[in-house]
Unconditional design. Structure first.
Length: 149
């Protein structure tokens, strides 16, 4: 299986906007429409489509935020697999690809994310990849996790 991470562009934005999360996940993550709106308002966000063998199966948004911490922080701010493609282990495959991309792109010592604590499926996935709570909360009162690279 070949994974590809593509920037959101005129060619794929319509498909990106069609991605959906499961009903029970709606309190945990924003829609792609909201994410793209946030990306327009904040120049640090990089929205991307997540592809497996040329099929769009998920979405992520990440970026380097220079005003945070001592030397700035790299955030994996949004990450989800489309509802139609969940349950096949794609979260593992694509999170691994995303982490690799962030390390290559930013040469960062740490990757940050925030999570609604009762999102057990995401919490399990992130812990499996070495993310751990650091005692901070973000502006939405979500708990911050960090992975040492």
């Amino acid at each position: 299986m070949k994974t590809t991470i593509n920037e959101v562009s005129n060619e794929n934005v319509a498909d990106i906007l069609k991605l959906r999360i499961n009903e029970e996940q709606k309190t945990y993550i924003e829609t792609t429409e909201q994410c793209l709106k946030d990306a327009k308002e904040c120049k640090y966000y990089r929205p991307v489509g997540l592809y497996l063998d040329d099929t769009l199966v998920g979405f992520a948004m990440y970026g380097f935020f220079p005003g945070e911490g001592e030397n700035g922080r790299v955030w994996l701010d949004r990450f989800f697999i489309d509802a139609e493609h969940q349950g096949f282990g794609l979260g593992n495959i694509l999170l691994e690809a995303l982490i690799k991309r962030l390390i290559e792109e930013y040469d960062c010592p740490e990757i940050y994310l925030s999570i609604v604590e009762d999102n057990q499926a995401a919490l399990h996935l992130y812990r499996k990849f070495g993310f751990a709570f650091n005692g901070e909360s973000d502006y939405n009162n979500e708990k911050v996790m960090v992975k040492k690279v």
